[in-house]
Design a protein around this ligand. Structure first.
Ligand code: NHW
Ligand code: MG
Length: 389
């Protein structure tokens, strides 16, 4: 497949796959800031750039509405991601974020918001190198403006604004194959409310299974098993940061998180992110934790249900508690909070609990990409320690 846009960008090209003469690291060197284009790229005449102030409730609502009606759907167009406003504010305002990286496109005449793309700053380690990057997400073009080559302009504009902050690399994920993934993960799904999932067409009744047998199969204990399990609090940030840094050091690609990052990304935020720690009843040490984020999907065209409540496994560290038991407790907590399904990638050590805890493989794949950074050999999902939202 030709990629008219991506062939012009500093990303791994399909034709270079397996070329061992190419070394790992930046594809292009950074340019002097004076060489970065000072003015925005041109949009088609009817449209204009806007910087979206996510502190502003009205702007936040416009972004929310654009995404709710036009963002990612599954292959059969049965579900569409429904990131909440609180989630968007959390995802887009981490420590050191730049407002200028929250980019919208409006119709000049009506000011209607019709496209969006964002970056947030992150430090990402690739083997021994910690690289300042932008995590690029929420690329969305209104359904009526598709296939007009607006996406490449959006991507160039976010790239320009990232360059202006002297950042030259980016990380992003997509369900589509582009040049060139450095790893590809699969989503696995654990039914918590199997009847609803079957009723809305998310899953199907297995062969030779009845509804009541299915409900019994996925039934979970009414309370968690691990002594000392409790919600994470602000005072846990140093311990969780230590645990997480040590844990992530084993992966080839992972975020480099400090206490500020952990406070932002992992401290519980109602209906956005949930984190639980295990505090040893004897030593009061934090020995383990799990976390998941809340990303509902709109259910398109169903009489009885409009929202699927999905929990997504985020970062988990099992140092003392067996990972299987810790994640079973995560399922129990998610069930208590009324989630319908618990999703997890086959990244990190997740393979070791997915089958055992009755997750089933989904049909969607998630490809991981770096911009302007070559990774020499594609990674196995188990070598990846990075979760993007
Ligand atoms: S992935 C979610 C992307 N969003 C959706 O799927 C929402 C529904 N779809 C849409 O809104 C998470 C449109 O279909 C979009 C494309 C806007 C996707 N990533 O305008 P045209 C992210 O947000 C290429 C990258 O005609 P369209 C990550 C496509 O291959 N490229 O298409 C975002 C083609 O290029 P090619 C994508 O359907 C990462 C060109 O766009 C893409 O009207 C962004 C066609 O453009 C995707 N998901 O709009 C990259 N989907 O070369 C960041 C399509 O093949 C890079 N395309 O001809 C880093 C930047 C920062 C660097 C800093 C140093
Ligand atoms: Mg377009």
């Amino acid at each position: 497949m030709r990629h008219r846009f991506w062939e012009t960008q500093p990303v791994g090209q399909f034709k270079d796959a397996g070329d061992t003469s190419l070394s790992e690291g930046p594809i292009e060197p950074p340019a002097p800031l004076s060489a970065v284009k000072p003015e925005p790229y041109n949009l088609p005449a009817l449209y204009e750039w806007t910087t979206c102030d996510m502190d502003d409730e009205q702007t936040c609502a416009e972004v929310y509405n654009l995404l709710t009606n036009n963002y990612v759907e599954d292959d059969e167009n049965m579900f569409r991601f429904n990131y909440s406003k609180e989630f968007l504010q959390w995802a887009l305002r981490p420590p050191g974020y730049f407002k200028a990286w929250h980019i919208g496109v409006r119709v000049k005449a009506t000011k209607k918001l019709v496209a969006f793309i964002t970056g947030v700053p992150a430090r990402i380690r690739v083997r021994d190198e910690v690289v300042r990057m932008a995590e690029v997400n929420f690329l969305c073009v209104h359904k009526r403006l598709r296939s007009k080559r607006l996406a490449p302009v959006m991507i160039k504009e976010v790239t320009r604004r990232v360059h202006l902050e002297n950042v030259w690399q980016a990380a992003y994920t997509a369900g589509v194959v582009l040049p060139t993934p450095f790893t590809t993960c699969r989503y696995w799904h654990r039914s918590l409310n199997p009847k609803k999932l079957i009723d809305v067409g998310f899953s199907r009744l297995g062969a030779r299974m009845t509804m009541s047998r299915t409900i019994r199969l996925y039934k979970l204990p009414g309370s968690t098993a691990t002594p000392g399990l409790r919600k994470m609090e602000l005072r846990d940030v140093p311990a969780v940061t230590r645990l997480l840094r040590e844990y992530l050091s084993q992966y080839v690609v992972a975020p480099d998180l400090d206490e500020n990052d952990v406070e932002h990304w992992l401290l519980p935020l109602e209906n956005v992110v949930e984190s639980f720690v295990v505090e040893s009843p004897e030593t009061h040490e934090v020995t383990d934790f799990f976390s998941f984020y809340s990303l509902p999907s709109s259910i398109l065209n169903n009489q009885n249900y409009s929202v699927l409540k999905a929990a997504y496994s985020y970062y988990n560290v099992a140092k003392k508690t067996p990972l299987l038991q810790l994640m079973n407790d995560a399922l129990i907590v998610a069930k208590q909070k009324d989630y319908d399904v618990f999703n997890a990638l086959d990244a990190m050590h997740n393979e070791t609990f997915l089958k055992e805890l009755k997750f089933g493989p989904g049909d969607g794949q998630l490809h991981y990409y770096l911009y302007n950074y070559r990774v020499r050999n594609a990674l196995r999902p188990s070598e990846l320690g990075l979760v993007l939202l």
